[in-house]
Design a protein around this ligand. Sequence first.
Ligand code: CMP
Length: 137
Amino acid sequence: MQKTFSIIKPDAVKRNLIGHINQIIESSELKILASKKLYLTKKQAEIFYEVHKERPFFDSLVEYMTSGPVQVQVLEGNNAVANYRKIMGATNPAEAEEGTIRKQYAESIEANSVHGSDSEENAKIEISFFFSGSELV
Ligand code: CMP
């Protein structure tokens, strides 16, 4: 069993898509261990996306991620990191496969509805950024 970290982003939360997206997640083998809605502070968004700090889209990304509430979640299953990335689809919805969350719901490469960890190592870092061990049940 492996854990991964997911964010349902402001564009999807605004459009009332938390349940729709979680239905797709739960229809796969993934279990939702923890889930909470919150506003990211500017500081949190900057730290979370620090790896993209030098990218031209960084400021816009931080502004977008703090533009409304997000749903942060911990998912568990076999190969959870890779499986969730498959279910999400490509970062750019124009390149996402049919049936993926981003193909169905993403508005743009920035407002792409969901985030998922890209490795088990980053999943651990991202999970501990938002959740304590006792919240993962
Ligand atoms: P995510 O998987 O959360 O990781 C980094 C985020 O940056 C990505 O989803 C998008 O929301 C955003 N992003 C990536 N590439 C671009 C881009 N070329 N232009 C704007 N935003 C981007």
